[in-house]
Design a protein around this ligand. Structure first.
Ligand code: NAP
Ligand code: ZN
Length: 352
């Protein structure tokens, strides 16, 4: 065991502050990574503030962070895929049983014995796992991903959650040229959803509550932008979408979007507001619409997504911040004031 530097929160109302946390010494299958950048996902904020207390209560202290990019500093004797100095990445998961039907289907994210990167029981050290707001992490090589070397690292970090979470449902729904795709909410997830839908050749419409994001949405790859509070603009798209990806982090009217689906159209929720959404039965029944959800993606699909990003030079649009600004960044996330992902430069942790 060794000590690592980190930022942690002591309870649901306290800010994140410098802390020392234990990390295990690498076992034979482990990769030790010096963390260079870690994205700030809205899930970090939901978790730090215990907003999902019913399903996933937070255990304190919490060290969030699951959009991790860094460099390999040590490998166990049985590690075959990574060597010292390699770039490496870690997303939302660090372990699963590897034997259940979900794991066998490469859907580790649904494994009943999944270990999340933070706030999951830690099989090695007891307590809970600690995430990427830290200077290093030790992870089984099965859960370590390869980062295409040509990508900007600060912008690559958010691919590990925002990237795969938006890539996966669109791949599962076979989004290609000829499909009309909506993306609701232009935040961290939403802006990645726009980039992928555009790269897959779809006609992309962004729904935003922020009229000042219109130009950015078009630059990111949208073909049209709708200000969702404008009823007339919404009505113009009634009954026309094959697929809508809903990335909104707060309470909103899902029926307004169900009514925009064409026959057999689907809305996939990836945003996870704390409060239940009120779904009108008629909005589903009329047009045989469906509403579903999606959670990150399996390890193989995450690697596929990273390779796709390497080929198409796709990264997140990031504002790089030192870790000392993390609490301010959370407040700005809540004010919808981020373009479009914060990425923490972990070199800033050295001065703590
Ligand atoms: P984010 O960067 O804060 O973006 C959320 C966006 O939603 C905002 O930029 C805003 O877009 C819109 N929005 C916010 N409040 C709103 C409101 N009251 N009404 C309508 N729209 C509102 O968050 P994120 O990191 O992308 O995460 C989004 C959600 O996905 C979070 O709930 C997060 O926990 C969840 N998530 C799920 C998964 C998964 O596996 N399913 C993975 C990661 C994250 P506009 O300004 O364009 O309206
Ligand atoms: Zn996330």
């Amino acid at each position: 065991m060794y000590n690592a530097k980190a930022y942690s929160a002591a309870n649901e109302t306290s800010p994140l502050a410098p802390a020392t946390i234990p990390r295990r010494d690498p076992t034979e299958h482990d990769v030790q990574i010096e963390i260079l950048f870690c994205g700030i996902c809205h899930s970090d904020l939901h978790s730090v503030r215990n907003e999902w207390s019913e399903l996933m209560p937070t255990v304190y202290p919490i060290v969030p962070g699951h959009e991790i990019v860094g460099r390999v500093t040590n490998v166990g004797s049985a590690v075959t895929k990574y060597k010292l100095g390699d770039l490496a990445a870690v997303g939302c998961m660090v372990d699963s049983d590897g034997t259940c039907f979900q794991c066998k289907a490469s859907l580790e994210q649904f494994c009943p014995n999944l270990t999340l990167t933070f706030n999951s029981p830690d099989k090695h050290l007891g307590g809970v796992t600690y995430g990427g707001y830290s200077d290093s992490i030790v992870v089984d090589e099965r859960f370590v991903l390869r980062v295409p070397t040509k990508l900007d690292l600060a912008g690559a970090a958010p691919l590990l959650c925002a990237g795969i979470t938006t890539y996966s449902p669109m791949r599962q729904r076979a989004i290609t040229k000829g499909k009309k795709v909506g993306v609701v909410g232009l935040g961290g997830l939403g802006h990645m959803g726009v980039k992928f839908a555009h790269a897959f050749g779809a006609h992309v419409v962004v729904f935003t509550t922020s009229p000042d994001k219109k130009e950015d949405a078009l630059r990111l790859g949208a073909d049209e932008v709708v200000v969702s509070r404008n009823v007339d603009e919404m009505r113009n798209h009634a009954g026309s979408f094959d697929f809508i990806l809903d990335t909104v982090s707060a309470d909103h009217d899902i029926n307004a979007y169900l009514n925009l689906l064409s026959r057999d159209g689907n809305i996939t929720l990836v945003g996870a507001p704390a409060k239940p959404l009120g779904v009108s039965a008629l909005s589903l029944i009329m047009g045989r619409h469906s509403l579903s959800g999606s959670m990150i993606g399996g390890i193989a699909e995450t690697q596929e997504m990273l390779d796709f990003c390497g080929e198409h030079n796709i990264t997140a649009d990031v504002e790089v911040i030192p870790i000392q600004k993390v609490n301010e960044a959370y407040e700005r996330l809540l004010r919808i004031d981020v373009k479009y992902r914060f990425s923490i430069d972990m070199a800033s942790l050295k001065s703590e």
